[in-house]
Design a protein around this ligand. Structure first.
Ligand SMILES: *Cc1c(COP(=O)(O)O)cnc(C)c1O
Length: 386
């Protein structure tokens, strides 16, 4: 059965394999003994390797050890976890925050805590898999609306049976397309129909908004969205997930979320690294500026070359290829020309939209971006994509 399944995936060009990177995930990485430009990490601000962040992780490990010993409710919350919660709440301007071991765990436990089986969930069709899994686990009735389509969402809201608690679920910045949820329209719609909103700002946090607080700051709706989640694993450069909100919401989640209660607290090092990274985001706005300059340079270059791009508004710049085998061929050609950006295929993205999801970071130099564009040009031409 296992072999049959794997063979079928391979025949459909959907088999996934791991590739070993023998270095930190910086602007370049060591792949098969060769230095290659990395255009696929979510380490947007380069904070995973920022000296202050790395030093904070080392210092926390020296002081508090490699592991946390137990869940936070069982053997006490270590200072680095408590400091991280407080730092997040201050950064996001909320009363409180709660951190989890991963963004995935946050979504699969917070959504079921927010909505009961008799509730309704309306989710954007392109929401992240962890959101879909959270919706399914909740047992609530679950419908998707067309991507960013507020008319469709309104139809669903208007036609729902009266009196059903309703949760609208969306990514802030969409992970595989790089576009932004229309929060300026979504928030009044939710208010009009008495629905709650759950935003996953995994990719927006740190990079969107005047001060990097994310999608809600960017769309100027922070005061109207009482809680939301994000991850510490993308721009923040560490690992983990979080929810920010009122002290009451956070106390409720601490008492209800199974993926908080029944899992060991993350290592002190990851919490301390995340705290240091948030401080860097506040103190070094030039990193965000540099990220957006790099994004413009890469986007303009890709447009000039004539690639078919998704309608991105962010440092996530997907080249839509279509069939999975063509996306695999492009990824392989890119490796040969010195750029690492794996193909993203179904079920991560809808059928016939296999793509190379390029991401740029603040740490890429102009010279690296230009070299990457030259590699993209050669690879794209060899496959008749441009
Ligand atoms: C990466 C991601 C997650 C999961 O976060 P992890 O910390 O990697 O588990 C959740 N939601 C979105 C939108 C993501 O991109």
């Amino acid at each position: 059965m296992f072999e049959k399944h794997l063979k079928k995936l391979d025949d459909q060009h959907l088999l996934r394999r791991l590739r070993t990177i023998a270095s930190a995930t910086g602007p370049t990485v060591l792949l098969d003994g060769r230095e290659i430009i990395l255009l696929s990490s979510n380490n947007y601000l380069g904070l995973a390797t920022h000296p202050t962040v790395v030093e904070a992780a080392i210092e926390a490990t020296r002081r508090y050890g490699a592991g946390s010993g137990a869940a936070r409710l069982v053997c006490g919350t270590l200072t680095p976890h408590e400091t991280l919660d407080a730092t997040l709440a201050r950064f996001k301007g909320t009363e409180a925050a709660l951190t989890f071991a991963a963004g995935y765990l946050t979504n699969i436990s917070v959504i079921p805590a927010l909505i009961a089986k008799d509730g309704l969930i309306f989710a954007d069709r392109l929401c992240h898999a962890s959101l879909i899994d959270g919706c399914r686990l909740s047992g609530a009735t679950f419908r998707v609306y067309r991507h960013r389509d507020m008319h469709h969402l309104e139809q669903l809201l208007a036609r729902r049976p009266a009196g059903r608690p309703t949760l609208i679920v969306t990514d802030g910045l969409f992970s595989m397309d790089g576009d932004i949820a229309p929060m300026k329209d979504l928030v009044p719609l939710a208010e009009r129909y008495g629905a709650e909103i759950y935003v996953d700002d995994a990719h927006g946090t740190g990079i969107l908004g005047r001060t990097g607080r994310g999608t809600l700051e960017h769309c100027e709706v922070e005061s109207r969205v009482p809680y939301h989640m994000g991850t510490l694993s993308k721009a923040i450069g560490s690992a983990g997930g979080y929810v920010v909100g009122s002290a009451t919401v956070i106390a409720y989640l601490l008492n209800t979320c199974r993926a908080f209660i029944y899992t060991t607290a993350p290592p002190p090092a990851t919490a301390a690294a995340a705290t240091a990274a948030i401080q860097v985001i506040e103190q070094e706005p030039q990193r965000r500026a540099r990220l957006w300059q790099n994004r413009e340079r890469l986007a303009q270059g890709l447009n000039r070359l004539g690639f078919r791009l998704a309608a991105s508004e962010s440092p996530i710049l997907p080249i839509i290829v279509g069939d999975p085998d063509r996306a695999m061929n492009l990824a392989q050609a890119l490796i040969e020309h010195g750029v690492y950006a794996p193909a993203i295929r179904p079920p991560t993205v809808p059928p016939a939209t296999s793509r190379i999801r390029l991401t740029i970071t603040a740490d890429h130099t102009n010279e690296q971006i230009d070299r990457a564009l030259a590699a993209l040009e050669r690879a794209g031409r060899s496959l008749n994509l441009i």
